[in-house]
Design a protein around this ligand. Structure first.
Ligand code: SAM
Length: 182
């Protein structure tokens, strides 16, 4: 079984968009408790590499390299980069979300601070043609973020899997075909 129902969001998106490919190098941000990682590991490993990161501890998954730490800290980013050891990344996934304070404006701000850092990471490490799937909140910050993603990817499409429907303002953006920079 899966560690969380969040697995169904990724499986639904992957069935449509075929993100997870055997042998690729995948970086997953905001991975705990690890249900997406279970899906990713099954589809990508044993070839390729899965590097997963979260603030929270994580029950190990065979073949997955896990880093416990805050993605916004330089030392944690450096650890992630060290594990890549110069390899470029095929796919970046971020399901990161701040702990909800209940103060909508600051939750929204912190969400987009994380998302901006994830996009910078993709800009630095994603190969041309690579992809990125990221969780966002609809509302302030969404449209400029989508524009920023369109600078980096040829195609950017929204995805709202069934498990995200209902009251939730969460919406995923999928960036397809990272531009080659020329
Ligand atoms: N996709 C996961 C799964 O299927 O099990 C669920 C991820 S949960 C919705 C969001 C995660 O983002 C939390 O585990 C949280 O600890 C993590 N997170 C939030 N801020 C973070 C940060 N600054 N650095 C690393 N992880 C962070």
């Amino acid at each position: 079984g899966y560690r969380s129902r969040a697995a169904y969001k990724l499986t639904e998106i992957d069935e449509k968009d075929h993100l997870l490919k055997r042998g690729e190098v995948v970086v997953e941000l905001g991975a705990a408790p690890g249900s997406w990682t279970q899906v990713i590991a099954r589809r990508v490993l044993p070839d390729g590499a899965v590097i997963a990161l979260d603030l929270l501890p994580f029950e190990p998954i065979a073949g997955v390299d896990f880093i416990q730490g805050d993605f916004t800290e330089d030392s944690v980013l450096a650890e992630l980069e060290a594990k890549l050891a110069g390899r470029s990344v095929d796919l970046v996934l971020s399901d990161m979300a701040p702990n909800i304070s209940g103060i909508a404006i600051s939750d929204q701000g912190r969400m987009y601070q994380l998302a901006d850092m994830a996009l910078d990471f993709a800009d630095q490490h994603l190969r041309p043609g690579g992809k990125m799937l990221i969780k966002l909140f609809q509302g302030a910050g969404f449209d400029p973020y989508k524009k920023a993603m369109q600078q980096l990817f040829k195609t950017v499409v929204p995805r709202k899997p069934a498990a995200s429907r209902g009251r939730s303002s969460e919406l995923y953006l999928l960036g397809i075909d990272r531009r080659s920079g020329d």
